[in-house]
Write a protein that binds this ligand. Structure first.
Ligand code: B12
Length: 227
């Protein structure tokens, strides 16, 4: 497999998503596997950049809702083929994560990508889906004793709901760490809402989660030793 051929297939995946060509994305994803190209890289250099460009086309009003949904279908057609072949990466840290898109918000493409990264890294992820009521996050954190809660919001209106969720989780379990993200979220907002972190994309989300969980584990181990 040459690097040139790999780039060619990444480009075909990217264009297939933009042109909502579900069949071609599936065919290109299959070629990635048949030709021994790394599935993980193909997702991050092909499918995700394609979906990001679709977001831009929507903002420029070149695409509208029906196109968006067809592009998302094309992206998932590729993801379904590649996902089982994304090797688990041993990140040297484990943890239980509760994740979901906050109430009123149905944008779940970004959250699904973050979830996929966390799955691949070996975290135990409890995915609550989208349009998730505030109380469900709080209850699920307690039920699973999750180390980390990940909140996603794509609209400024729904993002404000994160503040209450964070407050309630912290009241019930101050040890739980909270990571937030989604297009309108910034570092400043994360600070203001009392979250432990913010990441602008899925790879940074994974890096931050690993850092947070290893710090949390060392604090817990220290407390255990001092008992
Ligand atoms: C796709 C899309 C839709 C699809 C959603 C399909 C789905 N199942 O997700 C559909 C067509 C349903 C839709 C509907 C609507 N949408 Co819309 N949509 C988008 C669009 C074009 C792309 C979003 C996307 O999927 N991007 C691609 C992914 C890969 O990127 P991402 O989501 O940003 O995720 C990455 C990061 O943010 C981060 N991340 C995401 N979540 C998390 C969580 C954590 C914990 C962390 C750490 C990181 C993280 O990592 C991800 C991967 O790298 C955006 C525009 C945009 N550029 O964002 C508008 C946008 C979000 N939509 C918008 C609006 C207004 C709507 C509607 C109200 C439209 C309407 N009038 O009906 C409805 C709302 C429905 C609702 N109640 O939620 C606005 C929101 C405006 C605002 N700031 O409030 C946007 C910004 C468009 C715009 N400029 O007007 N939409």
């Amino acid at each position: 497999m040459s690097e040139e051929r790999a780039q060619e297939l990444y480009e075909r995946l990217r264009e297939g998503v933009i042109n909502y060509d579900e069949d071609d994305v599936a065919a290109a994803a299959q070629l990635v596997l048949d030709e021994g190209i790394d599935a993980f890289t193909a997702v991050f250099k092909g499918l995700i950049p394609g979906m990001e460009e679709v977001g831009e086309l929507y903002e420029q009003q070149e695409y509208f809702v029906p196109e968006l949904l067809m592009c998302a279908d094309a992206m998932y057609a590729g993801l379904n083929i590649l996902r089982p072949h994304m090797d688990g990466k041993d990140m040297g840290v484990s943890g239980v994560v509760v994740m979901g898109v906050v109430q009123g918000d149905v944008h779940d493409i970004g959250k699904n990508i973050v979830k996929m990264m966390f799955d691949v890294a070996g975290f135990e992820v409890h995915d609550l889906g989208r349009d998730v009521p505030l109380e469900t996050f709080v209850e699920e954190q307690l039920n699973t004793n999750a180390d980390l809660v990940c909140l996603s919001a794509m609209m400024t209106t729904t993002m404000v709901g994160m503040k209450d969720i964070i407050k309630q989780i912290k009241e019930k379990n101050p040890n739980a760490r909270i990571l937030i993200g989604g297009a309108p979220v910034t570092e400043e907002i994360a600070d203001k809402f009392g979250a432990d972190g913010f990441a602008e994309d899925a790879s940074n989300a994974l890096k931050d989660a690993i850092n947070m969980l290893s710090t949390l584990k060392s604090i817990q181990e220290e407390a255990e030793q001092n008992k």
